[in-house]
Design a protein around this ligand. Structure first.
Ligand code: HMG
Length: 409
């Protein structure tokens, strides 16, 4: 039985910051961002976007053409959850009008829980081949203004339908895992911004990659040469390159610059233009690779490395299926990226400082450009969401019917 990804789509905020502007304001050479960490643009969520709206927008696209009644499980993977108790999956389930005989759950382990969600989904459909699982991975990567982490911020979501009738990718059930209790990056419940030991986090990431790869080889006997392309968790795009060179060195594989470019570069494009999206980041990289129409990926084997600080890693493999391109929404994703509105530094900082009330008072969120769902406000400590009319053909959150909204209402 083939198990894997039947459909996949993403959502990113309509607003973005050109890192040239951030570099100028922070007194840093843009080359440090562009070449040193490999980032050019950061996706910035508007006050009326959160992980629920981004996740629901991505899921709307992923569900196009899928038998919704077969979705019996919705898993929401995030580390920017909106509630300590209630799963984000329930909000998405409601916004999408899914069948009520459905299991809904939220998963957490930093950036890696989306991969655990994928493996959980594979086990579920292996046991129940008629069922499909909807995975929603959504996050807002938020450090502090003026910190070293600031240029790696970002926001976005990826949603996938996993089933026994995959059209895009067959995902292999075996994986190499590694867990170690470390404090490289964390966010206590009372904080909105992550705390991070940046340089240490890179070391731990690379160590987890080595350990996962060793474990993967023990479990499967696979070799480096068996993979055509690699997709890594991307906190910033240059990390993918660092990771791949590290793995190649461990394997004594000497890569020509052409091989290096071919194995890793196509997966980096979307991250360079959005920033870190935590749980969604690896899968945004997968979409970047799949959407590259200069490549013919049918039957290509892809190696994936998922990393979540704290830390846990997973290495696993998958094979792109014949006809995969027909199941992609490449044009919609290109529109999402191309039609974004760039913020000035003042606007970016105002978006960053925006906070919902914490005292239960009623609040109507200023209207900005969003996808098909937005956070309309709060009352009695409860968030409310609404559907936004989108232009025909834009379901999946590509563009909004509203004209550019006045900044912050
Ligand atoms: P930094 O202080 O900007 O680092 O922090 P830097 O000064 O070492 O500069 C970065 C690179 O730019 C260096 O290259 C410099 O040489 C280069 P490298 O040594 O790495 O090859 N550079 C230049 N290049 C060209 N022209 C120039 C120039 N100047 C310098 N003029 C850091 C960088 C990534 C640490 C920081 O942004 C940070 O703390 N980010 C957040 C943490 C992070 O992303 N960690 C990654 C691993 S952990 C992870 O992936 C998990 C995570 O996603 C969370 C989760 O799991 O939930 C974060």
């Amino acid at each position: 039985m083939k198990l894997g990804i039947e459909s996949i789509h993403m959502h990113i905020p309509t607003y973005a910051l050109d890192l040239r502007d951030l570099a100028a304001e922070r007194g840093v050479e843009f080359a440090k961002y562009q070449r040193g960490i490999g980032q050019e643009v950061m996706a910035v969520p508007a006050p009326d976007e959160d992980v629920i709206t981004m996740g629901a927008n991505a899921a709307l696209g992923a569900l196009e053409g899928v038998d919704r009644d077969a979705i019996r499980t919705v898993v929401f993977a995030t580390e920017s959850g909106i509630d300590q108790s209630k799963a984000g999956a329930i909000y998405v389930h409601q916004l999408l009008g899914l069948h009520s005989n459905c299991r809904t759950v939220e998963m957490k382990q930093a950036c890696c829980s989306s991969t655990s969600a994928l493996h959980f989904a594979l086990s579920t459909v292996a046991l129940h081949p008629k069922q499909k699982v909807l995975i929603v991975a959504a996050d807002v990567a938020r450090y502090g203004l003026g910190t070293a982490g600031e240029p790696t911020q970002g926001a976005g979501a990826v949603a996938m339908v996993v089933s026994a009738t995959p059209r895009i990718m067959q995902v292999e059930p075996d994986a190499g895992y590694y867990t170690e209790d470390v404090m490289d990056f964390w966010r206590p419940n009372y904080r909105d911004e992550a705390l991070v030991d940046g340089k240490y986090s890179i070391k731990v990431y690379l160590h987890a990659l080595e350990e996962c790869w060793k474990n993967y080889q023990q479990e499967t006997g696979a070799s480096f040469e068996q993979f055509d392309h690699f997709c890594y968790h991307l906190p910033f795009s240059r990390m993918g390159l660092k990771a791949h060179l590290h793995l190649a060195r461990e394997e004594n594989a000497s890569l020509s610059s052409r091989e290096l470019q071919q194995q890793i570069e196509p997966s980096l494009g979307y991250n360079r233009l959005t920033g870190n999206t935590y749980t969604a980041s690896l899968y945004l990289g997968v979409l970047s690779l799949l959407d590259d129409d200069s490549l013919e990926l049918e039957n290509n084997r892809i190696g994936f490395f998922s990393y979540g600080s704290g830390c846990m890693g997973a290495f696993f493999g998958g094979t792109v299926l014949p006809g995969y391109r027909e199941a992609l929404k490449t044009d919609s994703r290109r529109r999402l990226l191309a039609e974004r509105q760039f913020l000035t530094m003042d606007e970016y900082e105002a978006f960053y400082q925006f906070a919902l009330p914490k005292d239960g008072s009623e609040f109507v969120t200023p209207r900005h450009q969003t996808g098909a769902f937005r956070l309309s406000g709060m009352k009695d400590h409860q968030r409310s969401y609404e559907k936004v009319p989108v232009a025909a053909g834009n379901a999946g959150g590509s563009t909004c019917a509203y004209a550019a909204a006045p900044f912050m209402g």
